[in-house]
Design a protein around this ligand. Structure first.
Ligand code: CO
Length: 215
């Protein structure tokens, strides 16, 4: 091992500590995974899915990208959703954003960071969609927090509108889509009160959540 020996040392210590409590933990898990949740979150290093919700390996299926965006044509994200819903049959999809998101901040300030500007156009779309309401938010920090929240709410809508989720509901599969946001300053999750369990709940739940976010 020429480089990063420390990470291999950490790994061995972690593996040993889990096996000390449950010797067959990895052996059992190697045969199958049956997570109950799909987590779609930001790539930010400070928002690790498993740790934030206290789940062990095997308990949450995870997709992360910059600013936790669900794009209708993103085959990567769509494939994760399809596999999670149709093969693993998760009961919950959690879209989790976080305050202080660098991607959302860059979108808000029109920062020029390179290729990623194109990806962050999706967050700017959210900003433009809610421009009149956001214009009423005076404070800069507040504005960023509200856009972080609105971004989650809109990505919940995007997830609900995928053919995968629509088809699941259409055949009566139990599936809830949630919008949460995580606070970097206190390590706590907040529910944005946009929990969708049926196609016909979407419009009213979306409107109510936006109303709470930017009254
Ligand atoms: Co982020």
């Amino acid at each position: 091992m020429r480089l990063l020996q420390n990470l291999f040392d950490n790994n061995r210590a972690w593996s040993d500590s889990i096996r000390a409590h449950q010797p067959d933990f990895f052996e059992k898990l190697s045969h199958q995974q049956s997570p109950g949740y799909l987590w779609i979150g930001c790539s930010d290093s400070r928002v690790p899915a498993n740790q934030v919700v206290g789940l062990l390996p095997g308990e949450v299926f995870v997709h992360r990208n910059v600013a936790n965006v669900v794009v209708h044509t993103d085959l990567n994200c769509l494939s994760v959703i399809q596999y999670a819903v149709e093969v693993l049959r998760v009961r919950h999809i959690i879209i989790c954003g976080h305050y202080g998101c660098g991607g959302v901040t860059a979108a808000l300030r029109n920062q020029k960071l390179g290729l990623i500007d194109n990806w962050l156009r999706h967050v700017q779309d959210v900003r433009h969609k809610h421009a009149p309401a956001l214009a009423r938010v005076g404070d800069d920090a507040q504005l960023c927090d509200r856009l972080c929240e609105l971004n989650v709410i809109e990505q919940v809508v995007n997830a609900c509108q995928t053919t995968v989720v629509q088809d699941a509901w259409g055949r009566g599969q139990e599936l809830a889509v949630h919008g949460w946001i995580y606070g970097l300053r206190d390590g706590q999750l907040r529910d944005l009160n946009v929990c969708i369990t049926r196609a016909d709940e979407l419009a009213s739940a979306h409107a109510a959540a936006v109303q709470v976010c930017v009254p």
